[in-house]
Design a protein around this ligand. Structure first.
Ligand SMILES: [Zn+2]
Length: 390
């Protein structure tokens, strides 16, 4: 890997919802992320707006830097679990979009969900800034560039799962999405919930941290009226269905919004420490279960839990490898590990391996899948809690 550290140009941002410039600094977080060809310095100033309590990155990187980062270093939120949440997403779409309707999926990743929407009879089209080279049914390009290949104002719905929290300029981005919609068209978004899971919202890629109230208020200033809050498809998330009305409205700020932001930030800090402790516990458990250094260790699911384990394990084990089922991750390098990310099926014949399973939502299902493999596992350890499952 080239030892080339990119830092980008980070500029100050006003509150995205109310426009206020008076912010309280909650804390700073600095990460150096190893990509495939270079390293990226990510420098976050977590701010809370003193007017409305919205929590956001007080400095935003330039788009070119962020695009480079996503192409080179992004590993996505989901590890080995892509297929589990598709059904719930499809159900939300089916209950709000007319049969056969036109849908644009923004941030379509490898196109898996766009393909499901097509299979369900929708006229679906996806695009993504960095996955288009490898994926079917996905075109390249950010929203805002008119690169969807679709006529404007024709879509029945735009869906964007876990994209809005990454966006540098959310009001412009939502205006662009609105331009795809026919009058009264529907927007379906899902983002992390800063109220219930501030620690997941405050990860190293998110620029915006939404409470249910601040999400509703941002949608309103962009002319979207909230019409439904279906159950989130990820444990840490919140979903919103909104209708485009073309009538921007500034909604009242809820009482105590700033205090709420501060309290959640403290909660996130404790949770981060607890997660680091759970990772250390999972690794200690692996050492205890292993026959020695030569026991193969598989980390199942390329995500942030995997990343912490991947930094700790090589000191104790000769063979550490990350498994994932997502087409967009297979073959990519992960952390500083030597083997590239492999599909679990390609390691089905390895006996007496230890598995660290890394999904906050689906570890029980993944453990059941491991139990059905022809080669018996030595141990299955939950990397989220640090506990041995099997
Ligand atoms: Zn504000």
């Amino acid at each position: 890997m080239a030892d080339d550290l990119k830092s980008g140009h980070w500029t100050h941002a006003a509150c995205d919802i109310c426009g206020a410039q008076d912010h309280e600094l909650l804390g700073e977080r600095h990460y150096v992320v190893a990509g495939r060809t270079r390293r990226f310095a990510m420098d976050f100033q977590d701010m809370a707006c003193r007017e409305c309590g919205f929590v956001f990155a007080g400095k935003r990187p330039d788009e070119a830097f962020l695009m480079d980062y996503y192409r080179d270093a992004h590993i996505g939120h989901r590890g080995g679990e892509t297929h589990f949440d598709a059904e719930a997403r499809a159900a939300t779409v089916a209950s709000h979009v007319p049969a056969g309707g036109q849908i644009v999926e923004v941030g379509a990743n490898d196109g898996a969900f766009t393909t499901i929407l097509r299979d369900n009879g929708f006229d679906a089209f996806g695009f993504d800034p960095n996955e288009a080279d490898e994926a079917r049914d996905v075109a390249k390009g950010f929203a805002g560039k008119g690169e969807t290949g679709r006529p404007v104002a024709s879509a029945d719905a735009v869906v964007a799962y876990y994209v809005l929290e990454h966006v540098i300029a959310p009001r412009e981005w939502l205006a662009e999405l609105a331009s795809y919609l026919k009058p009264g068209g529907i927007l379906i978004v899902e983002v992390p919930n800063y109220t219930t899971h501030p620690e997941d919202s405050l990860n190293m890629e998110h620029l915006l941290h939404f409470t249910p109230e601040s999400l509703k208020r941002l949608l309103a200033v962009c002319g979207f009226e909230l019409i439904d809050t279906p159950p989130a498809t990820m444990g840490y998330g919140q979903a919103a269905v909104a209708r485009h009305t073309a009538k921007p409205r500034q909604l009242a700020v809820e009482v105590g919004a700033l205090n709420h932001a501060l309290e959640a930030y403290d909660k996130a800090k404790s949770a981060r420490e607890a997660r680091a402790a759970a990772s250390r516990k999972a690794v200690a458990c692996a050492i205890e279960c292993a026959h020695g250094r030569e026991t193969p260790v598989f980390i199942w699911g390329a995500n942030e839990y995997a990343e912490r384990a991947a930094h700790l394990l090589p000191e104790h084990f000769d063979h550490v490898e990350v498994l994932d089922k997502s087409d967009s991750k297979l073959g990519k390098s992960f952390a500083d590990l030597d083997p590239a990310i492999a599909h679990p099926n390609d390691r089905a014949d390895v006996v007496d391996a230890i598995f660290l399973v890394c999904s906050p939502n689906w570890n029980a299902q993944i453990a059941a899948e491991i139990a059905k493999r022809p080669a018996p596992a030595l141990a299955v350890i939950d990397a989220v809690t640090g506990e041995k499952i099997a």
